[in-house]
Design a protein around this ligand. Structure first.
Ligand code: BES
Ligand code: MN
Ligand code: ZN
Length: 532
């Protein structure tokens, strides 16, 4: 599907599309048709059935030979006062899917909504990305070309950028924004594809190859550590989780240099478990297949790095991704084992299914080599996070209040929402071990917090760090909140917003320029440590 900004100067055939999509609201006080542009408002009124505007309703009206489209579609969105971003995402997706089902191949799409919690500019960005992602499907393994995953008749959507959040914005600006939204949506599609690809194909090696390919294409510095190089870095956590698997681990480092030379980077760390069986502490069979998405933290990091390059953000970034399966076998790590991490600390493995924190421990420690100004990590870390928040927000942990505030704000303005839970020292006794420095579980209560407490042991307290437990929002078991079943690519837009906020406020520039070189020689060419 191609998305462009409608050009009013294109008249007659050149400007005409199959469909013109508009939205009517439930008649609270006043007009159901106030969102509908003047050029088609009379048509919308004339053809309106009694239920016009009610949520989920739709009717069509022929527009005649002189109209801007063959048919007018009027979708009902219910009460105007309740137009949240989440609802808008669903409405846009529902509308474009209905068009495709009806065999429409081109449409003008009118989206005059300034959304809750968002500025007009943020609303435009959100609506554009919602439209661009509305037709996302994952059809790679559907061999029949008749499958709905392949049948996408809608080829062209023209945004009628005239009213609502577009009022008063000039064409050049609108075009520029559409291009940027297009780049981010493209990356989100790639990230969803990577996540939705089953673990028999999306192995650590394949993930690394994808990261390398797409990173190189954008001029990122790509380093892939293979098992030997991981061992050389003494990443005992990554090796322990990997040792039950026949698939070799990988550790991917992506670097984007968009900021000033010498500016310390923001480090983004992502959990990359390409399949989490639980290991010897094996998971129940029910929905174990969902654990192909246990690499969405790492996929999010890839997405942010690629998009930052596409948008030419003025920041330096380093992305670090430990990649492995977590499998049971004769060689698997076992409950009771003690693992020694890269930083020399040890942990008793109480449950091999708490493997995310074990690989992240090494990655967080490794991140320090880049002397990052800030570290963020993304991980589908605990089922407890899903129990706590449901599917509507991810959990943010940090001891740096300003960082939490900035991240939450960015999430509110992209509808990738975060909610804070505490990381007080009071919880530390939960992960006390009789046999090692810590234990990798913390008992029955506060499961997501206990995981955060474990990670905290591997970050220098002087480095602002936030941990995002994205288990609630990284993927959905079925269509939800305007997202299709599967990987969501949640977190990319929030992070890009946060990075732009920082750049706009000059936060990055106010930091004294320090050398960002890390010691040792494992940084550098993409081939040095690679054996794939
Ligand atoms: N990958 C899972 C967490 C998860 C569960 C993500 C459900 C998404 C949906 C993680 O590795 C895990 O198994 N965590 C355990 C930790 C426990 C053994 C302390 C959990 O949450 O049950
Ligand atoms: Mn697990
Ligand atoms: Zn896991």
């Amino acid at each position: 599907m191609k998305l462009e900004i409608r050009d009013e100067r294109k008249t007659g055939k050149a400007g005409r599309t199959d469909a013109f999509v508009t939205f009517a609201t439930a008649p609270e006080k006043g007009d159901s048709f106030s969102f509908i542009p003047a050029e088609v408002r009379e048509a919308a009124r004339s053809g309106a059935p009694a239920e016009a505007g009610s949520e989920g309703s739709v009717y069509t009206v022929p527009l005649g030979a002189e109209g801007p489209a063959d048919r007018l579609y009027v979708f009902g969105i219910g009460k105007k006062t309740e137009l949240s971003p989440r609802k808008a995402r669903g409405v846009v997706r529902m509308a474009l899917k209905a068009l495709a089902r009806n065999g429409e191949t081109s449409a003008i799409l009118d989206l005059p909504f300034v959304l809750k919690r968002m500025s007009p500019a943020e609303s435009r960005d959100f609506l554009l990305r919602s439209a661009l992602l509305a037709d996302y499907t994952f059809g790679r393994y559907k061999t029949s070309k008749e499958d709905p995953a392949h049948k996408l008749p809608l080829k062209l959507v023209r945004i009628n950028a005239a009213t609502g959040p577009w009022a008063g914005v000039d064409r050049a600006q609108t075009e520029h924004e559409a291009k940027e939204a297009g780049a981010v949506a493209e990356v989100a599609r790639l990230v969803r594809d990577i996540g939705n690809t089953p673990s028999n194909d999306m192995t650590p090696r394949e993930f690394a190859d994808q990261a390398r390919k797409h990173g190189k294409a954008r001029g990122l510095t790509v380093t892939v550590l293979d098992k030997k190089a991981i061992a050389k870095e003494r990443m005992g956590g990554v090796l322990a989780v990997n040792q039950g698997s026949v698939e070799e681990p990988r550790f991917v480092v992506l670097e984007y240099h968009g900021g000033r030379k010498g500016d310390r980077p923001v480090a983004l760390v992502g959990k990359g478990i390409t399949f989490d069986s639980g290991g010897i502490s094996i998971k129940p069979a029910d929905r174990m297949g969902d654990m192909k998405w246990d690499m969405m933290g790492a996929a999010t990091v890839v997405g942010v790095l690629l998009a930052a390059a596409d948008l030419e953000l003025p920041v330096n970034l380093v992305g670090l991704m430990p990649l492995t399966e977590n499998m049971p076998s004769g060689s698997a790590y076992k409950p009771g084992d003690v693992v020694r991490f890269r930083n020399g600390k040890t942990a008793e493995i109480d449950n091999t299914d708490a493997e995310g924190r074990v690989v992240l421990a090494d990655a967080l420690d490794y991140a320090a080599e880049w002397k990052p100004e800030i570290i963020l990590d993304y991980a589908t870390l605990t089922g407890a996070a899903v129990v706590a928040l449901g599917l509507e927000a991810a959990i943010v942990y940090s001891d740096h209040d300003d960082l939490v505030e900035d991240l939450i704000s960015a999430g509110e303005r992209t509808d990738e929402r975060l909610w804070r839970l505490p990381m007080w020292d009071d919880y530390k006794e939960n992960i006390r071990s009789d046999w090692a420095d810590f234990k990798n579980t913390g008992g029955r209560w506060g499961g997501s917090i206990n995981a955060a407490m474990f990670l905290k042991e591997f970050v220098d307290p002087k480095t602002p760090w936030a941990h995002l437990d994205i288990a609630p929002t990284a993927y959905f078991e079925r269509d939800h909140a305007g997202y299709p079943v599967g990987a969501t690519a949640f977190g990319i837009s929030m992070t890009l917003r946060w990075l732009r906020d920082r750049a706009d406020s000059g936060a990055a520039a106010s930091v004294p320029a320090k050398a960002s070189k890390k010691k040792g020689s494992s940084k550098g060419s993409s081939s040095a440590k690679t054996s794939s």
